[in-house]
Design a protein around this ligand. Structure first.
Ligand SMILES: *[C@@H]1O[C@H](CO)[C@@H](O)[C@H](O)[C@H]1NC(C)=O
Ligand SMILES: *[C@@H]1O[C@H](CO)[C@@H](O)[C@H](O)[C@H]1NC(C)=O
Ligand SMILES: *[C@@H]1O[C@H](CO)[C@@H](O)[C@H](O)[C@H]1NC(C)=O
Ligand SMILES: *[C@@H]1O[C@H](CO)[C@@H](O)[C@H](O)[C@H]1NC(C)=O
Ligand SMILES: *[C@@H]1O[C@H](CO)[C@@H](O)[C@H](O)[C@H]1NC(C)=O
Length: 330
């Protein structure tokens, strides 16, 4: 009994740690991988870098439809003068970054027709492409996989003027949407017709709620999709789903096994008590037990015991199979 219980606990533990281990993999969403890739490609645009000038970059052909740019700035100049016009962004004075660097690069992204691929928003419809503004250290322009600097507007907010906003459907209200770098989504009201504002970096657009049911519900706090052509994430999802279901099946089978064993032991005890009282009957029973031959008997308990024996054997075989199966999984 104790062995079975600890085996069940061990399997539960393995199953739980597997689920936990899968978490960090999925939280590094494809959107963050895209940010890293676009940082690399935006930095490649700085051939003869000058500060305060917009350099348009080129994306790899598998991401056609996305536009990127980079602008290198001195931190002091950004804070004192801002950038009145950087694509659709208007950066006021008073923007500071954390941690401090001497020069930074503001990477601009226009995700175009890829907006819904990388930032799916169930129950909403984009009226404008998603625009991104992210800040990085400019000290090494061939660096890849840089982590973002935190930028914060300490005075007035950064404003974003969206061109070509689709018309708002009747009865709907347009909202600004902001995805921060941790996957958090926040909605706010438009400043005016096609302008949103923000105090921090991230990705921005204008959306309306759509009544159409979304085909694939995705937790809105963690926008992530398998990148197009990326089968790795899909198989990871199946591994997680498979191990969750497998874990449940193993636990249910173990529970049934425990119940069966308990019932068997209770009957055995009853049998022993009967043995003690009815000596004559007991002698007959042991001879039947030893030869294992089906014998006509007046005691219905014997048949029941043989039945339980078969049940236990079936059950042991089955749990052997599932145990071996989950070992293969690990
Ligand atoms: C697109 O191509 C680039 C360069 O070839 C590669 O690094 C990247 O992983 C690809 N991205 C997607 C989403 O396929
Ligand atoms: C976006 O449009 C470009 C052509 O402009 C196309 O090559 C690309 O496949 C489209 N992307 C998506 C996700 O539909
Ligand atoms: C800049 O980054 C690249 C790529 O990570 C690295 O190879 C190079 O040594 C770095 N240069 C400096 C000056 O740190
Ligand atoms: C990118 O940087 C993160 C830490 O910031 C690191 O965990 C990851 O392994 C790096 N990826 C590559 C491809 O260098
Ligand atoms: C999200 O937006 C609301 C206004 O709509 C604002 O009050 C709140 O502070 C925002 N949350 C964050 C984390 O910025």
């Amino acid at each position: 009994m104790g062995l079975l219980r600890s085996l069940a606990m061990l399997l539960l533990f393995i199953w739980l740690t597997r689920v936990n281990r899968a978490q960090p993999v999925s939280s590094k969403s494809s959107a963050r991988l895209l940010d890293a890739l676009l940082q690399d490609y935006a930095y490649r645009a700085f051939v003869r870098p000058r500060t305060g000038i917009t350099f348009d970059g080129t994306v790899p052909s598998n991401l056609t439809g996305i536009q990127i740019s980079g602008m290198r700035l001195r931190t002091g100049s950004l804070k004192a003068r801002g950038v009145p016009m950087y694509k659709e962004f208007s950066i006021p004075v008073g923007v500071v970054e954390q941690p401090y660097v001497e020069r930074l690069v503001l990477v601009y992204q226009n995700l175009g027709n890829w907006s819904t691929v990388y930032y799916p928003l169930p129950g909403h419809m984009y009226l404008a492409p998603l625009l991104g503004l992210l800040a990085y250290d400019a000290s090494n322009l061939s660096a890849k996989n840089l982590s973002e600097l935190d930028i914060l507007a300490t005075g007035s907010p950064i404003s974003i003027m969206f061109p070509d906003v689709k018309s708002v459907p009747d009865g709907s209200t347009a909202k600004c949407v902001w995805f921060d770098l941790h996957g958090l989504v926040n909605f706010s009201n438009l400043v005016s017709g096609n302008i949103c504002s923000t105090f921090q970096q991230g990705h921005f657009s204008i959306v309306v709620e759509s009544s159409a049911p979304s085909p694939t519900p995705v937790p809105s706090t963690l926008p992530m999709v398998p990148p197009p052509g990326g089968k790795k994430n899909k198989s990871k999802v199946w591994i997680i789903v498979g191990s969750v279901i497998g874990g449940f099946v193993v636990l249910v089978l173990l529970g049934l096994l425990v119940l069966w064993v308990q019932r068997y032991q209770r009957r055995k005890k009853m049998q022993q008590m009967e043995k003690a009282t009815e000596v004559g009957e007991a002698l007959h029973m042991t001879s039947v037990g030893n030869t294992k031959a089906p014998a006509a008997t007046s005691n219905p308990d014997i048949n029941a015991i043989q039945q339980v024996d078969i049940d236990i054997q079936n059950c042991t075989n089955r749990s052997d199979l599932t145990t071996r199966h989950s070992e293969n999984d690990l």
